[in-house]
Ligand binder design. Structure first.
Ligand code: SP5
Ligand code: ZN
Length: 353
């Protein structure tokens, strides 16, 4: 078997929350376990590697320990508190958000009930958490770690089939269908393995506010993202503007390239070319690609109009750098085209410099 190795874990299928609560209404979830089957079918023929449990060290460098504790225990707390019988909700849904509008600098207690506590970590209502969520999110991190380890050991390109996705997970928060930041973990793992500078290139339709935040004040991990303009009303709403360029030692190490609704291959690839050029000129010796394929024309979650050919060309641009790369799965929700889009990207990337 030839081609990019695909690192996956069957444990990632255990996250199945069925719903997302949006504007107060429970809608069918789009980030579903069958995404994994669709992608596996698409990438068929490449060597499959099953990720087993990995060490926590890098995960704890990227995330706040309180977030990790909450994610690991919340489903059990919810189950024991009896919300399924009481109100018919089997999954953790945040209810109260301790923003400055509520606390205004006054000391705030930790709410005793989990439905009131979830808003300390969950920053939107869409990202439900149930039995299996922690195990799956942790397994997705394991996929990213195994892929990063293979690249650190000399494999040129490895694809991590991470699910749930990760790039909206901040240091201390979860949201946007993301719980643990797989791409940030991969970047940090490459740093620990000796790469002095790592460049993250985020192709998901939505700006990866979690990854951007985690590395915002660092110069050793650069972040470039091509995404639908948050100013046009799109997630993550607060971040992804062009004037966010980093802070402190990270000043100039963040590049946001927001695009108008309806953007197709030509303009999207122009931005991808800029992001890839900027990343390779940064002096990075390794890449992490946050491969969301929800910029695709048929995707239900974004207004961008990229084709499979566009993703193939984006892969070719990243591959042309000749840099070793961990490609991490992010979003992409149109099940009939999902596998083909991921494969198109990988074929482009595999062509190399
Ligand atoms: C990883 C990733 O792609 N996350 C994107 C999360 C964006 N979710 C924002 C809110 C979803 C609202 N969905 C309702 C669609 C109605 N047309
Ligand atoms: Zn997305």
């Amino acid at each position: 078997m030839t081609g990019t190795p695909v690192v996956w874990s069957p444990t990632t299928l255990r996250h199945d929350v069925e719903q997302e609560v949006w504007v107060g209404v429970a809608l069918p979830a789009v980030e579903v376990p069958s995404r994994v089957d669709a992608i596996l079918a698409g990438v068929d023929g490449r060597p499959l590697v099953e990720a087993g449990p990995q060490d926590d060290t890098v995960l704890r460098e990227v995330h706040d320990p309180d977030l990790l504790d909450f994610l690991a225990t919340a489903a059990g707390r919810w189950e024991r508190a009896g919300y399924a019988d009481e109100v018919g909700q089997r999954r953790v849904v945040p209810y109260l958000f301790p923003t400055p509008a509520l606390t205004d600098g006054m000391p705030a207690r930790v709410p005793v009930r989990v439905h009131a506590d979830a808003g300390r970590f969950g920053y939107d209502t869409c990202t439900l958490l149930g039995p299996g969520t922690w195990e799956a999110a942790r397994a997705a991190v394991d996929c990213a770690l195994v892929a990063a380890g293979m690249v650190a050991d000399g494999r040129p390109t490895v694809y991590a089939l991470c699910r749930p996705p990760g790039h909206h997970a901040t240091r201390a928060g979860y949201g946007g269908s993301c719980y643990l930041n797989n791409a940030a973990v991969a970047a940090q793992a490459l740093r620990s393995a000796g790469h002095r500078r790592v460049a993250v290139i985020d192709l998901d339709a939505h700006q990866g506010n979690g990854t951007a935040q985690i590395f915002y004040d660092r110069g050793d991990v650069t972040y470039a993202s091509v995404h639908v303009d948050p100013a046009a009303g799109w997630f993550p709403h607060l971040y992804g503007y062009a004037d966010e360029t980093g802070a402190g030692t990270g000043e100039g190490a963040t590049l946001n390239l927001p695009l108008p609704e309806g953007t197709g291959d030509e303009q999207w690839l122009q931005a991808v070319r800029r992001a890839v050029g900027w990343a390779s000129e940064s002096g990075a010796s390794a890449l992490v690609v946050s491969l969301g394929v929800d910029a695709a024309v048929d995707d239900p979650e974004s207004p961008l109009a990229v084709t499979a050919g566009g993703y193939r060309a984006a892969g070719a641009l990243a591959g042309s750098t000749g840099l070793p790369a961990v490609v991490v799965q992010e979003g992409g929700y149109h099940l009939p085209s999902l596998g083909g889009l991921v494969t198109a990207y990988l074929e482009g990337h595999e062509a190399g410099p």
